[in-house]
Ligand binder design. Structure first.
Ligand SMILES: Nc1nc2c(ncn2[C@@H]2O[C@H](COP(=O)(O)OP(=O)(O)OP(=O)(O)O)[C@@H](O)[C@H]2O)c(=O)[nH]1
Length: 302
C-alpha cells in the first residue's frame, strides 16, 4: 500500500508573460484569495508574492513576479534580475499570453529568455482571458503560441469565469517533485504582512492618478502596533513617497480630499486582509528620484 506521504507532491511554479497578461489574476484564481495585487495598468506587481494552493495530495507554491521589461532605471534592472532568478529556481513555469491580443514580439522575447535561463524547467503555454474572445480565436491563439517555443502542455484558461483553472492546477502539480508540505495548512502567503499592507496602500494611492504618477509612488509601512487601550484595532503608520514636489499636490488633492479618499479605500482593504479594525495614519514625503538612487531603493525595500 502507498501512503499519502509517498505520493504527496510539493514545489514552486511561477507565471511569466508580458505586462497585463493576467498573471496576478490567475494566481488569485488558483489560490482562491486576493494575495497578489491586480490592476488594469502594467507593472504593479513589484514584490515576489507567493500564494499557496493546498490540496490533500499536493502543495503548489506560486511565485508571482513582476513583468520583464526594458530596464530604464536601476529599479527596472533589479526587477529583471529578480525575475530571472525566480525562473531558474521554480519547478514549472506558466507562460501567459492573453487571448485578446496577438502573440507578438513581447511574447517571443520572453520565450527566448526562458529558453536561455530556464533550459531544463518545463514551460506550460497558457492562453489567458478566454472569456473575452470566441472559441475560434482561442484556437488560433493556441496555434500561434505553439510556434514560439516548445511547451510541455498548452492550455486555455479564464481566471474570471474559472474555465480550466482546476485543470491548470493539475498540470502544474503534475510537474512538482514528490515531497512533504512546505507551508503549514491555511498559510496563503509568506509575504510579511507589512509588505502586503504597503501594496494595498500603493494600489489605493495609484487609483485615478496612474497617468500622472505612473511609477513614482512607493509606500513604506513604518509601524503596525495595537491601538493604545484597544484589543480590536491596529494602528498602521505609513509613508507614501513621491519623486518630486510637484507630485505632492496631485496626491493630496484639494484641501487633502484625495489623500483622505486614498486612506479610506486602503483602510477598508487592510481591515479585510488583517481581519481587525485599522487606524491608518498616512504621510506624504518626497524622496527625490528614488527610482535611480541605490540607497533610497534599499530603504524602500527594493
Ligand atoms: N476578462 C478577463 N480579464 C482578465 C482575466 N485575467 C485578468 N484580467 C484582467 O486583465 C488585467 C491585467 O491582469 P493582471 O492579473 O493584473 O495582469 P498581470 O499579468 O499580473 O500584470 P502585471 O502585474 O502588470 O505584470 C486586469 O484588468 C484584469 O482584471 C480574465 O481571465 N478575463
Amino acid at each position: 500500500m502507498t501512503s499519502v506521504s509517498d505520493t504527496h507532491r510539493s514545489g514552486f511554479a511561477c507565471f511569466v508573460g508580458r505586462p497585463n497578461a493576467g498573471k496576478s489574476t490567475l494566481t488569485n484564481a488558483l489560490v482562491g484569495t486576493k494575495v497578489a495585487i491586480t490592476s488594469s495598468r502594467p507593472q504593479t506587481t513589484r514584490h515576489t508574492i507567493r500564494g499557496v494552493v493546498h490540496r490533500p495530495d499536493a502543495q503548489l507554491v506560486i511565485v508571482d513576479t513582476p513583468g520583464l521589461h526594458r530596464p530604464r532605471t536601476l529599479l527596472g534592472q533589479r526587477l529583471n534580475d529578480l525575475v530571472r532568478e525566480t525562473w531558474s529556481e521554480v519547478d514549472v513555469v506558466g507562460l501567459c499570453v492573453p487571448a485578446d491580443q496577438p502573440v507578438g514580439p513581447g511574447d517571443k522575447f520572453i520565450a527566448a529568455e526562458l529558453k536561455k535561463i530556464a533550459k531544463s524547467t518545463p514551460v506550460i503555454g497558457i492562453i489567458t482571458k478566454t472569456d473575452l474572445v470566441s472559441q475560434d480565436v482561442v484556437g488560433q491563439q493556441l496555434l500561434a503560441l505553439q510556434e514560439i517555443m516548445e511547451f510541455t502542455e498548452l492550455i486555455p484558461v479564464s481566471a474570471v469565469d474559472g474555465f480550466q483553472v482546476e485543470t491548470l492546477t493539475q498540470l502544474l502539480v503534475d510537474r512538482l517533485p514528490r515531497g512533504p508540505q512546505l507551508y503549514p495548512d491555511g498559510e496563503l502567503t509568506d509575504e510579511p504582512e507589512a509588505t502586503l499592507v504597503a501594496e494595498l496602500i500603493r494600489e489605493a494611492a495609484l487609483e485615478g492618478v496612474r497617468d500622472e504618477l505612473p511609477h513614482s509612488i512607493a509606500v513604506t509601512v513604518e509601524e503596525m502596533v495595537p491601538h493604545p487601550g484597544r484589543t480590536d484595532m491596529i494602528d498602521v503608520h505609513a509613508v507614501v513617497y513621491l519623486e518630486r514636489d510637484s507630485q505632492k499636490g496631485i496626491m493630496i488633492g484639494h484641501k487633502g480630499a484625495r489623500l483622505k479618499q486614498v486612506g479610506s479605500t486602503a483602510r477598508k482593504h487592510i481591515e479585510s486582509l488583517l481581519g481587525t479594525k485599522v487606524y491608518l495614519d498616512l504621510h506624504v514625503k518626497i524622496a527625490k528620484d528614488w527610482q535611480r538612487d541605490p540607497k533610497q531603493l534599499r530603504r524602500l525595500g527594493f
